[in-house]
Design a protein around this ligand. Structure first.
Ligand code: PLP
Length: 371
């Protein structure tokens, strides 16, 4: 007989989802109310305010898409890319490849700038791509590549795009809350994230933010946005305007309670403090791993504190170690993706998973498993 599902207790130190705080889980269990209830609408306004603080933006179009990070990605591309638009897409891991798919499905032309997996996006190569394609309308790149643990210089990339008169689309699924990110100061035009990484919220929601310039481009499109659900012109009838809301889709009410709570937690800590906490625990993890002779894939200068890609020592059975960690210690770490499968482990220190207890558990469990 099929009965209720009770998941095992795990410590989540993979590439996401991260550990969800009991406060967020408790928020999700509160009574469901209508998605147009005035009390719910009040909470929606608070979510928008808190998201603006987390993204460090005043963008009016800042809202959570009711679907995972991939939908936030798609929302940015389907709204901003018009048929025939040239988009410079930087690929240095899995997610840049998905950006290319999005550009092409939206009828745009992707000009690819390729960098090795584990390297940051090369500014010189992007500058050369703009030289070769001065008509490029958009530059798209992943700030924090979850498949490799590399951080790219979003500030410099956005400055370059501005110089060349192009808009920017930035993937901040893994960076929001975990490393420095300043949407307005860096001049980012469209950004999307996910709830399941450094916000430590349940998976399934994707915060996005569009600058006034990006909104202008969407408003002045000649062809309508090919996705009804993700068309910001329509969805802002529900998420836009102070307190005035019209039905667009039934919002995931309880998932939004969870997002609200996770943003309140982030706000209580302070966004800069959260960045510092991720860096601090990364240093502790790094010291412990290096003492065991385990090295990193990515150069120190470009390493993400929240996603540590470490080289699996010679002769070690990747799958066996991960399965022992899970069964004996309830600890999840991530496998390598694509060419890095079997070569690296991805150890996440995301959101509330970035704490001293997790670092100690991970180091001691790995040490005894590798003995
Ligand atoms: N972009 C990056 C950098 C990611 O790490 C992920 C998910 O891991 C996504 C996009 C897609 O997000 P989701 O799995 O929530 O759809």
């Amino acid at each position: 007989m099929i009965t209720s599902f009770h998941p095992p207790i795990r410590t989540l130190m993979g590439p996401g989802p991260s550990d969800v705080s009991p406060r967020v889980l408790e928020a999700m269990a509160r009574p469901t109310i209508g998605h147009l209830d005035p009390e719910f609408v009040r909470m929606m306004d608070e979510i928008k305010e808190l998201l603006k603080k987390a993204f460090k933006t005043e963008n009016e179009l800042t809202m959570p898409v009711s679907a995972p990070g991939s939908a936030g990605m798609e929302a940015c591309f389907v709204n901003l890319v018009e048929p025939g638009d040239k988009v410079i897409v930087c690929q240095n891991g899995v997610f840049g490849g998905r950006m290319k798919e999005n550009v092409e499905r939206a009828g745009g032309e992707a000009v690819m700038v390729m960098d090795a997996w584990g390297s940051a996006v090369s500014l010189d190569k992007v500058a050369a791509a703009f030289d070769a394609h001065p008509d490029a309308a958009i530059l798209a790149f992943v700030h924090a590549e979850t498949s490799t643990g590399v951080s790219s210089d979003a500030k410099a990339l956005c400055a370059l795009a501005q110089e060349r008169g192009a808009l920017t689309i930035v993937d901040a699924v893994t960076s929001l809350g975990g490393t420095e990110l300043r949407v307005d100061e860096w001049g980012i035009d469209a950004i999307y994230s996910g709830t399941q990484k450094c916000l430590s919220c349940a998976p399934g929601i994707s915060p996005i933010s569009l600058s006034a310039k990006a909104v202008d481009k969407v408003k002045n499109r000649t062809a309508s946005v090919q996705s009804w659900f993700l068309d910001t012109n329509l969805v802002m009838g529900y998420w836009g305007g102070e307190g005035k809301r019209a039905y667009h889709h039934t919002a995931p009410v309880n998932a939004l309670y969870a997002l609200h709570e996770s943003l309140v937690i982030l706000h209580e800590e302070g966004i800069e403090k959260s960045w510092q906490r991720h860096a601090f625990h990364h240093q502790a993890l790094k010291a412990g791993l290096e003492a065991m002779g385990i090295g990193f894939l990515v150069d120190e200068a470009n390493r993400l504190p929240q996603l540590n890609s470490v080289i699996i020592p010679e002769g070690v059975d990747d799958a066996k170690v991960r399965s022992t960690l899970l069964s004996e210690y309830g600890l999840e770490i991530g496998a390598g993706l694509g060419d890095l499968a079997g070569k690296v482990w991805r150890i996440g220190l995301m959101g509330s998973s970035a704490n001293r207890r997790n670092v100690t558990l991970c180091l001691s469990a790995l040490e005894s498993t590798l003995l």
